[in-house]
Ligand binder design. Structure first.
Ligand code: UT7
Length: 325
């Protein structure tokens, strides 16, 4: 009998500080950087984002989301036998955010590690957890996407600093004979590393290179639109399903225009796409689990429905997870 990974519960966390486009535009204007609510809404669909407090790291956001997911799942942290955190903005170079979350949740012993695939990170982490559950090496996994992208933004670069936000989302997966994750699909192509990257790194006690996010937005946009359709179709084919079987599309939340274009290619109407980019901005690896938790908690997503989760981001990386909720 096939072992499936089933979502037992979801949770998410957004830092208290919320900035509307107008708030951010006013802050940027003080530094001589010009932008507007109109431009941001028209080009991206973003209206607001949350920024973490100086005292909060990815592990703090992740732990808050994890606690909510554990409560929703009705299990205790010491019942977990796997913790994976997807992040590109860890608290430290090492140890991993996952080991910090494990300790903050008051548990120890189970494997805990981070996955770094930028905005596709949660899709990668979910796929790894699913593989470990299917192989029998884990029964209950905590999978988190957590980011503090506000730490790596260049607030003098209006082409990037208006796009991103901070947050965390989490799911608890459990081994089950009922579906479950139906299919997964992962890809990467390292030749595109320069179109979305943070080139700076720690070197001999200093920072070598520019430690802020650089993006060729148009190049990313073009690639994203193509690969998101391809990976969705690949997961559908693996599960012997078609576009028409998808109840909810939960794409990486980077730009409403990319999301609408993907939905159109999958012949889905806009009301079947979970959209949180307007309120969260692009939270990288956190964006998909944040959107998932939002739609679970507001009652849109119901048990038994078929969900298509898909992500794309730096690397270049992309992938999808098709699941029965
Ligand atoms: O999470 C990983 C995945 N990331 C993405 O999916 C991001 C993909 N890319 C995008 O979402 C879009 O390319 C952006 C939102 C980043 C940019 O939108 P665009 O429609 O491609 O705009 P653009 O780069 O062509 O810029 C158009 C104009 C430029 O002015 P000129 O040269 O036409 O005079 C920019 O300088 O808009 C200007 N501009 C701004 N104006 C006001 C760029 N940023 C801003 C801004 N406010 N914040």
């Amino acid at each position: 009998m096939r072992i499936y990974s089933r979502i037992l519960g979801t949770g998410s966390y957004l830092p208290e500080k919320r900035l509307t486009n107008a708030d951010l535009a006013a802050e940027l204007a003080q530094q001589g950087v010009e932008t507007s609510d109109d431009w941001i809404v028209e080009r991206t669909g973003i209206r607001a984002r949350h920024f973490a407090a100086d005292t909060q790291g990815s592990s703090d956001l992740a732990t808050e989301a994890a606690r909510k997911a554990l409560t929703a799942a009705g299990i205790a942290a010491d019942e977990l036998d796997l913790i994976i955190v997807a992040t590109s903005t860890p608290d430290m170079v090492f140890p991993s955010v996952a080991t910090m979350v494990q300790h903050k949740l008051g548990t120890a012993g189970c494997p805990a590690f981070d996955v770094q695939a930028v905005c596709s990170g949660f899709i990668y982490a979910l796929t790894i957890a699913d593989s470990m559950i299917q192989s029998g090496s884990a029964k209950r996994a905590l999978v988190i996407g957590s980011e503090v992208f506000s730490r790596i933004l260049d607030f003098k670069d209006r082409t990037t600093c208006v796009l991103f936000g901070d947050g965390a989302g989490a799911v608890i997966l459990e081994a089950s004979d009922q579906p479950g994750i139906l299919a997964t699909d992962l890809h990467a192509d390292g030749k595109y590393k320069d179109i979305l990257c943070v080139p700076g790194h720690v070197n001999k006690g200093g920072i070598l290179g520019d430690p802020v996010l650089k993006m060729d937005g148009q190049a990313v946009f073009k690639l994203a639109v193509g690969v998101l359709e391809e990976t969705a179709r690949a997961s559908l084919a693996k599960a012997n399903l078609t576009d028409a079987d998808i109840d909810w599309l939960i794409p990486h939340q980077a730009n409403i225009r990319i999301m609408q274009s993907t939905a159109k290619k999958l012949k889905m109407t806009a009301d079947k796409v979970v959209v949180t980019v307007d309120q969260h901005g692009n939270t990288s690896a956190a964006s998909i689990p944040l959107a998932l938790d939002t739609a679970v908690r507001d009652g849109r997503i119901q048990r038994g429905q078929t969900l298509m989760l898909e992500g794309v981001g730096g690397g270049f990386t992309w992938g999808s997870v098709l699941l029965r909720y």
